[in-house]
Design a protein around this ligand. Structure first.
Ligand SMILES: [Zn+2]
Length: 312
């Protein structure tokens, strides 16, 4: 046996930086881990940290790269270990994805059969775990996307078919989701976005890590029997609540809580306690995502409620 043959049998791991210099001369880089499996197979690309304070995804992908044994892997696993490095290093929330970063993300995803783009709540966000599944209108591709979403093991799903401007009303239909165009759209590759974690949590329950592992097993990238889960429940209409005025937000609910129509979910006051806004639920729903930050500006996001479809 040659050494090249034995290396193939064992597989390999390689960490490196991908980098781009933008028009302004600034360098952007992504630390990338590439796992070459011992056996042949397809390719999956996994992104952590497109938003730099969403730690669950970053924890999970770095743990994955650190601990995975290439001997157990078929095909290639490409892992972006801190996709938006600048926002990660600066603890910057809601950082835009610069064109140079998007270019590198596309490069990493190109040629893959599947994409997992890990997101969650940033430092000032509460978030109930759910998965966004991007549908492309192609039966074969969508079947894989749905299978990935189901295999991730989170209870709720947003089936994203967004192709247009967001509606003006505060009721956002189930199909409405950012971004206008995802990597899935551009590359025609099935993609899911698990939304796990909030307020600086670090995948404490392992939902993100275990979800990734289960997708890898389900699609044969990793040896081992995958777990099966209850069928996903879809998030239908979403009610987007915002602040009427600048002030301080005092929520009276928590993430994951089910609220009734008309229920008070919080208030906005000025510094001296003067009531500026009583925030009520326009419909019954589950608090999926909320602003945990105290200061709010007029028109700013407070929380959104999801109407969860009944179990089948
Ligand atoms: Zn995010």
């Amino acid at each position: 046996m040659t050494s090249a043959e034995s290396a193939t049998m064992l597989g390999s791991k390689q960490g490196k930086f991908l980098s781009r210099i933008d028009d302004a001369g600034k360098t952007h880089r992504i630390p990338v881990g590439i796992v070459e499996g011992a056996r042949p197979g397809g390719q999956i690309t996994i992104f952590g940290g497109q938003h730099g304070t969403e730690y669950d995804g970053i924890e999970a992908v770095q743990k994955l790269y650190r601990t995975i044994d290439p001997a157990e892997v078929s095909g290639r696993i490409v892992i972006a270990l801190a996709t938006h490095e600048e926002s990660f290093l600066n603890w910057e929330q809601f950082a835009p994805t610069y064109p140079s970063i998007m270019e590198m993300m596309m490069e990493l995803a190109q040629g893959s059969d599947l994409i997992i783009n890990c997101h969650g709540g940033e430092f000032s966000e509460g978030m109930h775990p759910y998965v966004i599944c991007r549908l492309l209108g192609d039966e074969t591709l969508d079947q894989s996307a749905r299978k990935m979403a189901q295999a991730f093991g989170l209870p709720y799903v947003s089936w994203s078919q967004y192709r247009g401007e967001p509606p003006e009303s505060s009721v956002r239909p189930a199909w409405w989701l950012w971004p206008k165009k995802s990597m899935a759209d551009r590359l025609r590759i099935p993609e899911i976005t698990p939304e796990v974690g909030e307020r600086g949590s670090r995948d404490d329950q392992g939902l993100m890590y275990n979800g990734i592992i289960n997708v890898l097993k389900t699609f044969g990238y990793l040896s081992g029997e995958p777990q099966t889960f209850e069928p996903l429940r879809a998030i239908g209409d979403r009610y987007w609540l915002t602040a009427d005025e600048d002030g301080v937000f005092f929520p009276s609910i928590t993430v994951g809580q089910d609220v009734e129509e008309g229920e008070v979910v919080g208030v906005v006051r000025d510094y001296f306690g003067e009531l500026l806004q009583t925030v009520t639920a326009p419909a019954a729903g589950k608090v999926m995502n909320m602003n945990w930050g105290m200061p709010v500006k007029k028109g700013a996001f407070l929380l959104w409620l999801g109407v969860i479809e009944k179990a089948a």
